[in-house]
Write a protein of this length. Structure first.
Length: 364
């Protein structure tokens, strides 16, 4: 059995570390700041490229709004910066933060960490040179079912992992900056699933990816509907269908929306759902698991927490714990480079219609 708290993050002893926020969109206002308040964290300042929106979010959450983020970094008494800006703005924002090394101790950066693997390497290098701890907001690791499944795997309740799969049939809300990049799924949703497979099974050695455009998305892109298969040196395999078309539900047909996942091992199996497609309804994710010692029984732990917004407390918590303990964050920037490389490998695989070794990306 896993513990009753296996789905929850470790929280820091000190929760009053002052946090400054850069970005004032939905993900900051409705997810980060809501989760931080519920966890007892201490965000005190906010700035964004739209000062009027920063003031609105500041009023809602009791923060001080600044006209620009350089002004906030200069004037606010903060130790940690929470960055939630489009990926093509991250490099410039983080470069400015590193100019305040000594004052700023840690950064939590939104995923994806820049526009590609090479830019992510540059961002990581900037923070290392400034001696600032950088972590990445790969928040699906803190979805309660994903985290509990990792506990099931770690306790050996499935034996050796053999196969994992994720099946997403969901219609996300696209952000305007995606059109600038020509991205739809791989760097937006698939990056969560690729990172989850790494969290559960470790690092694959190669990937095969096939994509096609999403019929509903009007701007030019290649990565609408995505299928990818990860191969591991120990023989394990992982695969995902990331389907943002999900049938013509928006065009009048009945909807069949959801995210299901499964992990099979040599002695057991886990299965679950991700409740996020029903947001803003609070629909908890689920986990069921069984193994050969349980016969035909399934163990079905349940909880009240949900991925959006509750998981965002976990991503900030693991950074605060690292700063408190002096240890490496659970979602360290160096670790996240491997997820960024995996995403780039998927794009290359789909473009060239072949399996791609991850080393092809990291050794460039």
């Amino acid at each position: 059995m896993i513990s009753d708290s296996a789905h929850l993050p470790q929280l820091p002893h000190r929760r009053d570390t002052p946090i400054g926020c850069i970005g004032s969109g939905f993900i900051m206002s409705d997810c980060h700041l809501v989760a931080y308040k519920n966890a007892g964290f201490n965000p005190i300042a906010i700035a964004s490229r739209t000062p009027a929106n920063s003031r609105k979010v500041a009023g809602r959450h009791g923060l001080k709004a600044y006209e620009t983020y350089p002004e906030m970094l200069e004037q606010a008494d903060i130790e940690v910066v929470d960055v939630a800006v489009p990926p093509d703005a991250q490099l410039d924002v983080i470069r400015e933060i590193t100019r305040h090394a000594g004052k700023i101790r840690g950064i939590l950066a939104q995923k994806p960490l820049g526009i590609n693997y090479q830019q992510a390497v540059e961002i990581v290098s900037l923070c290392e040179q400034a001696n600032i701890v950088l972590s990445v907001n790969q928040n699906m690791r803190y979805d309660q079912s994903v985290r509990a499944c990792r506990a099931v795997i770690d306790k050996g309740l499935l034996g050796d992992p053999v196969f994992a799969s994720i099946d997403m049939r969901a219609i996300p809300h696209w952000m305007p900056w995606q059109q600038r990049q020509g991205w739809v799924t791989l760097r937006i949703m698939s990056i969560h699933h690729l990172d989850t497979f790494r969290y559960w099974l470790g690092d694959p050695i190669r990937v095969f990816c096939s994509t096609r455009p999403d019929p509903r998305t009007s701007f030019e892109h290649s990565d609408g509907i995505c299928l990818y298969i990860l191969e591991y040196e120990n023989g394990a395999r992982a695969s995902s269908w990331d389907d943002v078309w999900a049938g013509p539900a928006k065009e009048g047909a009945a909807a069949d929306i959801g995210i299901n996942w499964r992990v099979e091992g040599t002695t057991g199996m886990a299965r679950g759902t991700i409740g996020w497609p029903e947001y803003p309804a609070r629909t908890p994710s689920t986990l069921d698991y069984t193994n050969s010692s349980l016969g035909d029984r399934w163990i079905e732990p349940r909880w009240n927490e949900v991925w959006f917004p509750d998981a965002f407390a976990g991503t900030m918590a693991q950074l605060l714990v690292a700063l408190e303990s002096g240890n490496t964050p659970e979602i360290s920037a160096q670790d996240n480079l491997k997820t960024m490389a995996l995403v780039d490998a998927c794009y290359l695989s789909a473009q060239e219609h072949r399996a791609v070794e991850i080393d092809e990306i990291t050794n460039r």
